[in-house]
Design a protein around this ligand. Structure first.
Ligand code: NAI
Ligand code: MG
Length: 501
């Protein structure tokens, strides 16, 4: 038996008494068929606060048998109802209720979210806002998912129905768990599907709290099941499950490929939101101050743990040195610290594994001959997985730090000559998630936007999200688009009905 976690120490600085209450009421169980149950194996794992390496709570470790149970529950809730058979108006009401509960539990959710993955409390707050807006946005969809009538022979009446796909397995990462979970769930629920959600083992506490709110909102039993557990066990069981109709995944490209392979046996629908190595291109004629602010936010925000991080910063030769000086200053202004420490602007990376991984990339950069303009090592803290915000210059696009997703606060700055060079280097990557362009030349901005092979392009801004705009990747950054009307296609299927008159 593992010892009970010392919650007050692990969650030091949390203000909401309900945060401590939630953590102390552990071990946290699995949500299956509307009930909170331990794992069938009886196993639990530790949820760690990455800022101090203390155990926040023990979490039931879902395995294959638990995934089986959860899929059974989701299947029954889908086939026998009520979810897929509800009036669309009623689905809207449920989703609005969830959005409202998220807002009403703002403080606790923000704190849990920050404790889970180490983000400063401001980051946690932002995710609560996003979660609320996701449920609100998708609450609008159920009544707007239309079929079509099509022109046909005089003795025929042909129409289409857009129907839910069925049981959706959803697997999410740890870099913004409240937003990822809300995003995936809102998509599936608005379209009438049922869900088995597997949060990431590194950060699942806030997702389990969200599960409690879904139950409080009256979402019928079996419609949403949440099974934390490890990727190769619970994740693999879900993505291989013969009775799962669709798998939606966000995470690394490597695991995304595994998910796609696992879908083959039963030809599951698959949508993938994967990694990136996004180019952020700054032309000499741009608003340099604006570009600096966004470039710094684009790589240091969330400690660089963002799929859309602008991790390759291309700067036109003429302003290169001036820009690097500015970026180094931005890095200097960051204050590394724990979630609730006054003045903290950058938290740790999520885990020991990620800490070693990111430091490994930093060493690779040094070995390949990139120049460390600032940072380049672990944070000064005696505990916690801190990494100094790091800027590499003299980077070439063939270096490891320019090719692979680092997922840490590590900027690679690369000079470029002209528009063609920027486009060529920007596209010289296996990824294609996002790109940024800074210039005052309006035609150039739009021309370059067309030439960049990326799912999202930001002009004179970066990382702006709008749930009414599609989100997803080109090339090895994914398949399918989340948010917007495009996501509705991904969670529904079309039936053609032919009627002889
Ligand atoms: P991962 O992609 O392996 O994990 C993401 C989710 O997939 C977790 O819930 C995990 O339990 C699950 N998973 C892992 N193996 C699985 C399998 N075989 N079958 C089914 N599910 C599985 O990412 P990880 O290991 O946490 O991070 C490694 C790297 O991945 C990071 O350094 C970063 O580069 C990238 N990453 C990218 C993200 C993005 O949003 N683009 C998010 C998280 C990680
Ligand atoms: Mg954690």
């Amino acid at each position: 038996m593992a010892a009970a976690p010392k919650v007050e120490i692990a969650a030091q600085g949390a203000k909401s008494p309900r945060t401590l209450e939630f953590l102390k009421s552990g071990p946290k169980n699995l949500l299956i068929n509307g009930k909170w149950v331990p794992a069938k194996s009886g196993k639990t794992f530790e949820s760690i606060n990455p800022a101090n390496e203390e155990v926040l709570a023990l979490v039931a470790e879902g395995g294959k048998e638990d995934i089986d149970e959860a899929v059974k529950a989701a299947r029954a809730a889908f086939e026998e109802g009520p979810w897929s058979k509800l009036r669309p108006h009623d689905r809207t009401k449920y989703l609005l209720k969830v959005a409202d509960l998220i807002e009403r539990n703002r403080e606790e959710l923000a704190e849990l979210s920050s404790l889970d993955n180490g983000a400063p409390i401001m980051g946690g707050q932002g995710l609560v806002t996003a979660a609320n807006e996701l449920f609100t946005y998708f609450a609008g969809w159920p009544t707007k998912i239309y079929g079509e009538t099509s022109p046909s022979a005089p003795d025929m009446f042909n129409y289409t129905l857009r129907e839910p796909i069925g049981v959706c397995g959803q697997i999410i990462p740890w870099n913004g768990p409240l937003m990822s979970a809300s995003n995936k769930l809102a998509h599936a629920l608005s379209t009438g599907n049922t869900v088995v959600l597997k949060p990431a083992e590194q950060a699942c506490l806030v997702v389990l709290r969200l599960g409690e709110l879904l139950m409080e909102a009256g979402i019928p039993e079996g419609v949403v099941n949440i099974v934390p557990g490890f990727g190769p066990v619970a994740g693999a069981a879900l993505s291989n499950h013969p009775d799962v109709d669709k798998v939606a995944f966000t995470g690394s490209t490597t695991t995304g490929k595994e998910i796609l392979k696992a879908s083959v046996a039963t030809l599951k629908h698959v949508s993938l939101e994967l990694g990136g190595k996004s180019p952020h291109i700054i032309f000499a004629d741009s608003d340099l101050e604006g570009a600096l602010n966004y470039a710094a936010m684009g790589i240091f925000g969330n400690t660089g743990q963002a799929c859309i991080a602008g991790s390759r910063i291309f700067v036109q030769e003429k302003v290169h040195d001036q820009f690097v000086e500015g970026l180094v200053n931005k890095a200097k202004q960051h204050k590394l610290g724990a979630q609730f420490e006054a003045g903290t602007t950058m938290g740790p990376v999520v885990s020991k594994v990620q800490h070693q991984r990111v430091l490994g990339y930093i060493n690779a950069g040094k070995q390949e001959g990139a120049h460390t303009a600032i940072g380049g090592g672990p944070g000064p803290q005696p505990r916690g997985f801190f990494v100094q915000p790091t800027v590499f210059t003299g980077v070439r696009n063939d270096m490891k730090i320019a090719r692979e997703e680092i997922f840490g606060p590590v900027a690679a700055v690369l000079p470029f000559k002209d528009e063609n060079d920027a486009v060529f280097q920007g596209n010289d990557t296996t990824y294609g998630l996002a790109a940024g362009i800074w210039t005052r030349d309006i035609s150039r901005a739009h021309k370059v936007a067309r030439k960049l092979k990326a799912g999202m392009v930001w002009i004179n801004c970066y990382m702006v999200l709008d749930f009414a705009m599609p989100f997803g990747g080109y090339k090895q950054s994914g398949q399918g688009r989340e948010f917007s009307n495009h996501s509705i296609d991904m969670y529904t299927q079309v039936k053609s009905v032919f009627v002889k008159l």
